[in-house]
Write a protein that binds this ligand. Structure first.
Ligand code: AMP
Ligand code: GLY
Length: 451
């Protein structure tokens, strides 16, 4: 089998690394890839969004299966275009990818499917959104008054904070968790008047802020059959103890103790099944990876957002633990034959992925710094350095992005996996390299609190 993976991040490196291990696979290509995929696959210099060039390549090379990694080509309709060209591709159609491409579509679908999620309202006019927030403010003031006079026991905390989201894709930056109505109004103005996110912010969602811990649940879906992958937890904040600005993800581990068997069953029954079922009823059958960002609230798991692709960096620890043949699995999913698959086999050992980032990330940063120490890192047992923002220049790996590497390791338990991941981080250096030092500690703290 010849496989083409589309994208150039850590997720795509983990994909090609795992796919190349399948005895059924003869060749793995990555377009455009990075310095890491250049070692584990063959890089093809075509951009992930250049759909006509990708189709031409897949036809000429007789690619048996194409796997687009990032959301942009999926939302743009790469799957429809590949299918129309008679090619086998694993991912959602443009209509199904709206689950990630439009927050309003996604929230309305959840409402229809009765999937637990934050209460919300959608707007296509800034004035309506601002009026709505004024109403919100009046409601809070009234409640505070009732609280003072003893008629209301506690001012409802949820109403103080709201979340404003741009409807369309905004490279992970379209969500603002606001602690005051004024802040929310400011975000509305920036999105809708100043067009900070362009067309993506022409429509917005304002929703209730949920409290709790976050977990990522990813599932393979072939239109009908759902095969959940093992759970994971991302670390979205830039700095230790979840401080600092939001990022694409500074590290992840799998599995997470937050997701017990009972909670997983609840997520399957209350969230994944009704979503996939409703997508079929809406005539947008979902094939691909359904990624539910879950908030574990005191009222049970609720969906924060849907993505229609593998998570980055969640994919790195998840695929490190997957023992089943990924090529067979994704091919079966693309062909609508997941029901015939015997089920997944997992390494019981947990895995931890530590993201090493460029100085300045998630703000502006420089590229082109030579990366040293990769050979030494490769000596650490059960560890693998997945490349993300890197490229080869004169045969040397240099930085080419904000999130540069995802250093991932398996261990007998989470502490050992963490230790090994940081052991592999240690010899790696470039000017300005940094990482969070506490990836996976959230799991330990959670377990300590529970006991
Ligand atoms: P999203 O792109 O919708 O996943 O949002 C990105 C991040 O914003 C999530 O991972 C959460 O940390 C946060 N977030 C989104 N929606 C909410 C919400 N309703 N309540 C609290 N936090 C949220
Ligand atoms: N790690 C978050 C995401 O892939 O969207």
């Amino acid at each position: 089998m010849k496989i083409l993976v589309i994208g150039q991040g850590g997720r795509e490196h983990a994909l090609v690394w795992k796919l190349a291990q399948s005895p059924k696979v003869t060749e793995v290509y990555c377009a455009p890839g990075n310095a890491g995929t250049a070692v584990d696959a063959i890089n093809v210099p075509i951009k992930a969004t250049d759909i006509p060039a990708l189709i031409k390549f897949a036809q000429e090379e007789k690619i048996d299966l194409t796997i687009p990694g990032p959301e942009a080509p999926l939302v743009a309709g790469i799957v429809d275009a590949f299918k129309a060209a008679g090619l086998t591709v694993f991912g959602p159609t443009k209509a199904a990818a709206e689950l990630e491409g439009s927050k309003i579509f996604s929230k309305n679908l959840m409402r229809k499917a009765k999937v637990p999620t934050a209460e919300f309202a959608a707007f296509n006019s800034a004035q309506d959104a601002l009026n709505y927030l004024d109403g919100y403010e009046a409601q809070i003031r009234k409640q505070a008054q009732l609280y003072k006079t003893g008629e209301h026991r506690s001012p409802r905390k949820a109403t103080k904070s709201v979340v404003v989201k741009a409807d369309g894709l905004a490279a992970g930056k379209g969500v603002s968790v606001c602690d005051s109505i004024d802040e929310a109004k400011d975000v509305v103005r920036r999105m809708m008047f100043n067009k900070e996110f362009g067309a993506a912010g022409e429509r917005i969602v304002i929703e209730e802020k949920l409290e709790g811990q976050e977990a990522s649940i990813l599932a393979l879906v072939d239109g009908k059959t759902i095969v959940p992958l093992e759970s994971s937890q991302d670390h979205k904040a830039a700095y230790d103890r979840d401080q600092g600005p939001n990022t694409g993800g500074m590290g992840a581990y799998s599995p997470t103790p937050l997701i017990t068997d009972e909670i997983m069953e609840e997520i399957i029954q209350e969230i994944l099944i009704p979503t996939v079922h409703t997508m079929r009823k809406e005539d947008r059958p979902f094939t691909g990876i359904l990624y539910a960002g879950i908030m574990l609230t005191k009222y049970g798991p609720k969906v924060l957002e849907y993505n229609v692709r593998l998570g980055d960096p969640e994919t790195q620890p998840i695929l490190m633990r997957l023992k089943s043949d990924l090529a067979e699995l994704l091919y079966a999913a693309a062909k609508g034959e997941l029901h015939q698959h015997p089920g997944l086999e997992w390494d019981p050992r947990p895995a931890v992925c530590v993201v090493m980032a460029a100085e300045g990330y998630p703000g502006p940063y420089e590229n082109g710094k030579e990366i040293r120490g990769l050979e030494e890192a490769a000596q650490v047992e059960d560890a693998k350095v997945f490349h993300a923002g890197t490229k080869l220049v004169d045969g040397k790996a240099v930085t080419d992005g904000g999130r540069v590497l995802g250093v991932t390791a398996l261990g007998a338990d989470l502490s050992e996996a963490k230790l090994k991941a940081y052991q592999a981080v240690k010899p790696i250096r470039w000017e300005g390299a940094w990482c969070r030092k506490d990836i996976s500690d959230k799991a330990r703290m959670f377990v300590e609190r529970e006991n």
